[in-house]
Write a protein that binds this ligand. Structure first.
Ligand code: NAP
Length: 391
């Protein structure tokens, strides 16, 4: 009998434990995917570092993970665009509010995903290459196109109409940023970005017209100068600390909107254990004071600054425009590049905790990926100790 295995997080702050899991069922509009590769996101590290400060709705034990690639083994009612056997990537949304954080999260051998947040991948594209996209491309799309964010026009995606309008993407080398550059270009916008100099050539390859070092003391002025002569339709702020300079750029270029993908503090700056500590109190105080300062600075400059939530596109026309109408053809033709580079760090769910720790330490223009092949299942089953407690 085929059994499911997951990397469980049993309590806030705990390390992942690999053991048996219930077999998820594909509900209406869903696919059941046999996972062949997962990627690790900062979100996984942040949830594990933060206890219940974020994602307070989670009832432990749960499964982390958003990015999966594998083959479809069953389809739910009302699914017409996929068939059993299809090779897909998908944004596993189980951790989002109101969803199933056991059957619907990514770090397991079988997962139930929304068909609307999945895309087929060509036979020649390895799972571990394509798995870098789902959360990053969804967050990029939410920041650029959602009406509450920059509100750019997603209807022209893939037709690349020439527009004399510019988007500034702070943090172009992040996974979210590299996908945002490509989506913005595919919708016809010019892009100015920031990244470390070693990544500037890559930023140009992805479609950025100009790239500047975010560590330069005069980076705000340089970005504003590069944008002069065009209308700046908004700034997408990605990476911790990106919001303040992004608001400054918006004010200098008369852009009216900033979409912020990251908090103003690093949630890793606290001990990964329960309880009160001086570091945790300082972190929460910094978070409150910086958030308030950002809102004051943006309002004083006539700029609307809002936080991006990648899963927002699941319930909007943007999700359809990106996941259904744009990505399948754009991935197959190579128009949408699989960014960032996948660094495969191991095979088997027991490797995921190490990958999360490595994400906490920092990566550059890479996504850490773990393969789940046939052998993986057998290996992981060997470590099974008990079934998860009943909900
Ligand atoms: N709100 C949401 O729904 C959502 C969803 C996904 C991610 N996020 C957030 O978005 C951010 C990026 O996530 P990711 O997965 O794309 O990250 P990632 O790929 O792990 O980001 C790594 C990159 O961050 C860049 N970076 C670090 N500090 C920077 C700074 N001060 N300015 C500009 N770039 C900087 C580095 O660029 P260089 O190598 O060029 O130095 C590095 O390549 C994280 O804060 C994450 O928590 C939010």
């Amino acid at each position: 009998m085929v059994e499911n295995v997951a990397a469980w997080i049993d309590a806030p702050y705990a390390d992942l434990q690999v053991r048996r899991a219930p077999m998820p069922v594909a509900g209406p509009g869903q696919l059941l995917v046999r996972v062949r590769a997962v990627a690790v996101n900062p979100l996984d590290a942040v949830i594990q570092s933060n206890g219940t400060l974020m994602y307070g709705w989670l009832r432990y034990p749960v499964v982390l993970g958003e990015d999966v690639a594998g083959e479809v083994v069953a389809i739910g009612a009302d699914v017409r665009s996929f068939a059993v056997g299809d090779r897909v990537i998908a944004y596993a949304m189980g951790l989002e509010k109101g969803r199933d954080a056991r059957g619907g999260a990514g770090f397991q051998t079988f997962v139930a995903v929304e068909a609307a947040m999945a895309a087929p991948i060509p036979a020649e594209v390895p799972y571990e290459r394509a798995v870098v996209l789902p959360l990053a491309v969804s967050t990029a799309a939410a920041g650029l196109f959602e009406a509450k964010q920059l509100g750019l026009d997603s209807s022209s995606l893939g037709r690349s109409p020439a527009r004399d309008e510019t988007v500034v993407i702070w943090g172009g080398a992040t996974s979210v940023g590299g996908n945002a550059i490509q989506l913005a270009r595919a919708a016809g916008y010019q892009v100015i970005t920031t990244a470390s100099p070693r990544n500037h050539a890559r930023m140009h390859e992805l479609g950025a017209r100009a790239a500047f070092d975010y560590r330069s003391p005069d980076v705000v002025e340089r970005v504003a100068a590069a944008a002069s002569g065009t209308t700046v339709v908004g700034v997408l702020a990605i990476a911790t600390g990106s919001a303040a300079p992004s608001i400054a750029i918006a004010r200098a270029t008369q852009a009216r909107r900033v979409a912020m993908a990251s908090p103003p503090v690093s949630f890793y700056d606290q001990p990964r254990r329960p309880g009160v500590s001086a570091a945790r109190i300082r972190l929460i105080a910094r978070l409150a004071s910086r958030s308030a300062a950002l809102q004051l600075r943006s309002r004083a400059g006539g700029v609307r600054a809002s936080y991006v939530w990648g899963s927002a596109i699941a319930d909007s026309e943007v999700g359809v425009a990106v996941w259904e109408r744009h990505l399948p053809a754009a991935i197959a033709s190579g128009m949408h590049v699989l960014y960032p580079e996948a660094r495969v760090v191991g095979s088997g769910l027991s490797e995921v905790q190490g990958a999360i720790d490595a994400v906490r330490a920092g990566v550059s223009a890479q996504k850490l990926v773990v393969r789940l092949d046939e052998r993986t299942t057998a290996d992981d089953m060997g470590t099974v100790r008990e079934a998860p407690p009943a909900p």
